[in-house]
Design a protein around this ligand. Structure first.
Ligand code: GAF
Length: 391
């Protein structure tokens, strides 16, 4: 059954329109967004579709095309953690749009999620941004019409995720889903919200970006993501800075030496651990700048080296990688990838590998074989290109 027929059958009315928002892969700049840093994501071709109609009351009815599960809630009942589960991403956006002062009523909504779930590819941001696009379209808010409107909607969707779905994420995913453009990566400055489009047309240079979904567990509401964020905030507070973005990379060694003294005896983890977290964030922000420059110069070997350095930093200093991500990256590198790294929050999810076209097949085969030999679930591997943001 197609989306429209499913909508009519369940809600007993015709949809007024359809909207879509993509998932993302971040090329580089991981765990930097909530530190006021830089990130460089692309939007994926995989999108989540929202088909919707206004209601005369303030009720939200939402159905998943995949599971046919239906959740209903009055707008006034939406609160932190309520509703629970996937519907919180939808209800959270209705709540946050209203909290931002927009006058919107209820809606019937069908969500058809085509971004792989739990793969670190921002399926939740895609649901939020598709819902936000639907609300904007249905109620004439015009938020998709201008860059400023898209930025405002990204902030709304992030609030939904932080305050209703209770995931303490940093906003990169919503910005990517709403502001990315096709054949470009989005250079996102999370200190002031500014963006720049960086050309990313690797096919012209005979390259492919492979996304390797390791199928290892990934959930941002688990405690580890929040723990990393708390360590960074603790370090910034100890240094008397508003965020780790303000650490001068040229003085990094001296700052880290000071930090050990400033943190001594205080907090949940030893100062040496916090020092490594900070080193990751500060060096990663520099790598994003270097990567944007290398991409502009079409220096793909340089980009690959930065990918590999980013992965090592996430694995050793920030400690958010896992066996599956490390295996995928090392096998891809051994088979001729220019660079490979985990992408997204980590603890499972996906890796990316930048590979010459001629070795894309061998890399896929070798990674699949290595996973089988290690007794791991088979990964799902696809080639990605930079697709447009929500519409
Ligand atoms: C997840 C979060 F949602 C983002 O905000 C970001 O922090 C990312 O992990 C790590 O870079 O995708």
């Amino acid at each position: 059954m197609d989306r429209e027929a499913a909508f009519e059958e369940h809600f007993g009315t015709r949809p007024e329109g359809a909207w879509a928002a993509p998932g993302r892969v971040n090329l580089i700049g991981e765990h930097t967004d909530y530190n006021g840093g830089l990130a460089l994501p692309i939007a994926l071709p995989q999108r989540t579709y929202a088909m919707a109609a206004r209601r005369a009351d303030d009720r939200l009815r939402v159905m998943s095309m995949q599971t046919r599960e239906v959740v209903e809630i009055d707008a006034a009942e939406i609160a932190p953690g309520r509703p629970a589960g996937w519907a919180s991403y939808v209800a959270g956006v209705l709540w946050a749009v209203r909290a931002a002062g927009h006058r919107v009523g209820g809606l019937d909504l069908l969500i058809d999620g085509r971004v792989p779930l739990g793969a670190g590819l921002s399926s939740s941001a895609a649901i939020e941004c598709a819902t936000g696009a639907a609300l904007s379209g249905l109620y004439g808010l015009g938020l998709l019409d201008t860059e400023a409107g898209r930025r405002q909607l990204a902030t709304i969707c992030r609030r939904a995720e932080n305050e209703i779905a209770l995931a303490p994420t940093g906003g990169m995913d919503q910005s990517a889903s709403l502001l990315a453009q096709s054949e470009h990566a989005l250079l996102l400055d999370c200190r002031d919200g500014s963006t720049r489009q960086v050309p990313f047309e690797i096919e012209r240079d005979g390259l492919v970006l492979l996304v390797i979904d390791t199928r290892a567990h990934h959930a941002l509401v688990d405690g580890q993501y929040g723990a990393r964020r708390a360590s960074c905030e603790r370090a910034a507070a100890a240094l008397g800075l508003p965020s780790l973005r303000e650490v001068d990379p040229a003085r990094l060694d001296a700052v880290l030496a000071d930090l050990v003294g400033l943190l001594a005896g205080d907090g949940p983890e030893p100062p040496e651990v916090v020092v490594r977290r900070v080193r990751h964030v500060v060096t990663e922000i520099e790598r994003v700048q270097e990567c944007a420059a290398a991409m502009t110069a079409r220096d793909w070997e340089g980009v690959g080296r930065l990918f590999a350095a980013s992965h090592a930093s996430l694995r050793d200093d920030f400690e958010v990688s896992c066996l599956e991500l490390d295996l995928a990256c090392s096998v891809a590198q051994d088979q001729g990838a220019l660079g490979a790294r985990m992408t997204g929050g980590g603890f499972g999810g996906s890796a990316i590998a930048l590979v010459p076209e001629a070795v894309a097949g061998p890399v896929q085969a070798a990674v699949t074989e290595a996973f089988a030999a290690a007794g791991l679930t088979a990964p799902s591997i696809f080639a990605a290109h930079a697709a447009p943001g929500a519409g």
